[in-house]
Design a protein around this ligand. Structure first.
Ligand code: NDP
Length: 391
């Protein structure tokens, strides 16, 4: 029997790796929806190649180009945010949520309604609205499977175990492009340098977030939301080899580590085939060649994003949505040359400080509409903070 699959963010790094795996076993899958943003050629090419029922670009002004590129193929074309939600509303058995940024929240949320499986790469959804997403999944009997390599690793190290016996979860970080650079030198690093990851091949935004550790800070919050851990049960270790992705410590002192090659097709393939383990086209590690694995503490002075994530977990409520939106706006600023690399953390901290005056920030109950409003407001504050940093 074939499985119906939709991929949100199909033209990106995770989306393409997902299609790579699906393409190796084409007859087992029926593609419902593929979505993308500006890369119309890739979206249309894959929609044709995989015979998708619908292809959606996030941008209204790209609709004509998408229609032209799909003409004669029989694939439906659509554009805009509402079209993304409509595509998420189409029944599928397995949905990949791999849009980058908070734009992935609404389609991922809508996809949970059918009670199917959501493979969640879009960590920003859990950071901004974790309790809402987990509750929506529970309400509809949907299953969320982690795709982030660290969270997939934790998920695998938990198989057959009782979550109540977990004492701590350690997620690892490569340390990104600047892990060995003197802290003072971070002030002058360039966009080009920040866009090169030492171990992983990923989209540009997450690569820069790895260098600043904003990616890890989102992942700490993701760990809290996904596995229901307390903030002080989650640790980060710098592990330059990127082979041990996470470790789970149990209350008898045992630690289960997940080790694998730095290839996202492992975590994607695990989510695609769960609960089975399928044969995957990833490198088999030769431990005699690896020789040693190194670990060191993650220095919060070098990476202030880690400290900010702890504050965000402490505040709860809408702090995650504010943190993520301010981070996204600050990252836009760095990419556009408006902000230095260090300026990103300064801007995010300034937004969190300013918005902490709002008593609603730490609300116990959150709603999707208010998450959107907080996101919008945080971006406005971040734009002002960027101006202030530049004066
Ligand atoms: P990419 O930048 O490579 O791809 C992002 C995808 O989202 C593309 O399909 C892009 O379309 C689409 N997109 C961009 N902006 C919008 C928007 N406003 N609305 C709708 N779609 C949009 O990102 P990655 O694949 O690297 O990352 C995707 C998600 O997975 C992120 O949340 C990231 O944190 C997470 N993740 C990624 C990992 C990786 O190895 N890459 C590892 C773990 C998690 P287009 O390109 O056509 O414009």
């Amino acid at each position: 029997m074939t499985r119906r699959v939709s991929i949100f963010g199909a033209t990106g790094s995770i989306g393409q790796n997902t299609l790579d795996l699906i393409g190796r076993d084409r007859a087992s899958y029926e593609i419902v929806a593929l979505t993308g943003g500006a890369n119309i050629d890739k979206l249309a090419g894959d929609a044709r190649a995989f015979n998708a029922r619908i292809a959606v670009t996030a941008y209204d002004d790209q609709l004509d180009a998408l229609r032209d590129a799909l003409s004669g193929s029989g694939v439906e074309a659509a554009a805009g945010e509402a079209a993304l939600i409509e595509a998420a509303d189409r029944p599928a058995d397995w949905i990949m949520s791999a849009i980058v940024g908070s734009a992935g929240l609404a389609p991922g949320f809508a996809a949970l309604k059918h009670g199917s499986t959501l493979a969640l790469a879009n960590k920003e959804s859990l950071v901004a609205a974790g309790p809402l997403i987990m509750a929506e999944a529970a309400k509809h009997g949907a299953r969320i499977l982690p795709v982030d390599s660290e969270h997939s690793a934790v998920f695998q190290a938990l198989v057959g175990e009782d979550i109540d016996t977990v004492e701590r979860i350690i997620i690892t970080a490569s340390g990104g492009a600047f892990r060995d650079l003197p802290v003072e030198a971070l002030e002058t690093v360039t966009l080009d340098e920040a866009s090169r990851h030492p171990n992983w091949d990923m989209g540009q935004r997450i690569t820069i977030d790895s260098a600043s550790m904003f990616n890890k800070s989102l992942e700490i919050i993701e760990t809290k939301e996904f596995f229901g851990m307390a903030s002080d049960q989650i640790e980060v270790l710098v592990h330059p080899e990127s082979l041990v992705h996470a470790l789970v410590g149990y209350h008898d002192g045992a630690v289960m580590a997940h080790v694998g090659p730095p290839d996202m097709r492992h975590a994607i393939g695990y989510a695609l085939n769960w609960p089975r383990r399928a044969r995957l086209p990833v490198e088999r590690l030769d431990f005699t060649r690896i020789g040693s694995l190194n670990f060191r503490a993650a220095d919060e002075a070098r990476w202030p994003a880690l400290r900010l994530a702890r504050d965000v977990m402490q505040t709860g409520g809408y702090a995650g949505a504010v943190f993520n939106a301010a981070k996204e706006r600050a990252l836009d600023g760095f990419v556009a040359g408006e902000l230095t690399f260090n300026g990103m953390a300064q801007v995010v901290e300034s937004v969190l400080t300013q918005m902490s005056a709002d008593p609603g920030l730490s609300s116990a109950q959150i709603s999707l509409d208010t998450v959107r409003q907080m996101d919008h407001l945080a971006r406005q504050y971040a734009a002002l903070a960027i101006r202030a940093v530049n004066q």
